[in-house]
Ligand binder design. Sequence first.
Ligand SMILES: Nc1ncnc2c1ncn2[C@@H]1O[C@H](COP(=O)(O)OP(=O)(O)OP(=O)(O)O)[C@@H](O)[C@H]1O
Ligand SMILES: [Mg+2]
Length: 364
Amino acid sequence: MNALTGTLDPLTIDPTADSDEPPVVRLNAVTKRFGVTAALDGVSLSIRRGEILGLIGRSGAGKSTLIRCLNGLERPDSGEVEVDGRSIVGLGERELQPLRRRIGMIFQHFNLLSAKTVADNIALPLKIEGQKRAARVARVAELLDLVGLADKGGAYPAQLSGGQKQRVGIARALAARPALLLSDEATSALDPETTDSILSLLKDINRALDLTILLITHEMGAVRAIADRVAVLDDGRIVEQGPVWRVFATPRAATTRSLLRAFQPSLPAALVARLVPGRGRRTVLKVVVVGDQAREPLLAELALAVGARASLLHGGVDTVQGRAVGALFLELDGRNETSFAAALEFLRQRASEVEALGHVVDDD
Ligand SMILES: Nc1ncnc2c1ncn2[C@@H]1O[C@H](COP(=O)(O)OP(=O)(O)OP(=O)(O)O)[C@@H](O)[C@H]1O
Ligand SMILES: [Mg+2]
């Protein structure tokens, strides 16, 4: 049994199954076609209250279409969409209005009204809701404080930096106390430092308000920084989903591996260049260790248990979601089939993933 996932197929695990509370978002077998293109092809996905779900996928994978199905801007051809416990597929435009107020949204280009002050931009959803002026003013002051812009209420968007504009976007999105925040590439137009500050603001708000967030991004670092779970869309299908630490440590689907390539520990290029397929005297293994596994004296135990001496070529341990996640590149004598198999079996018991990468041909 795989110690990380049990015997369950990660694609069929419903993370909300053991909770009494209905998920904030539930998609069941949602399909949406544009002509011959299936933008969404049987997508099932749940997000529980207070969770940040990162949704990743290549351009054209269907991420924005999924968001548009959630706020009722697109109607799925088939399948169910529930937001905050309500099915929205059959709703008319008028019935969708109150539901849309339960959903806040932030965008790459902020979408602020340039002729209105920061305070008026933030107050807009409250005005639409019909709130009295005094209540609006009080709520806007609260929101400005929350996003760290207490002194900017009277400024116009053009007078703000990109990061400040996105803070206004976040304040506006939260004004009507939504159950769900949708973020479509909200940090893509920002520099790395500003991105970090917006991500930590989102995480703080998530914690403080128990706000559910769907984070769509091309920046894998953003998912790694703040998401709890990640789902991977490819050609309209969810090809993988799981806790961020698990998916980053041991991505399974080819698309995930490719998207997370920059985050995968790898051998130095000079060694890769000398690798040839198969086993040999200097066989190279990649061993992924997670959590407590990363604290074990693995090489010493390997030597004790099966008498195999492996040397460490390269590797390190990182922290994802507070969990140790490491990859070790080992060199092991692969000439004797029986002892090599025993060593491999030992490592498979002690690690999350073991992969034989090939062997290095001796220089001499
Ligand atoms: N209104 C539309 N009419 C026709 N085709 C559409 C429409 N909206 C989306 N599509 C198609 O559906 C597929 C998914 O598009 P979508 O915008 O959801 O992708 P995405 O994952 O958000 O991409 P990106 O990362 O570039 O934003 C694409 O093939 C796209 O061309
Ligand atoms: Mg998109």
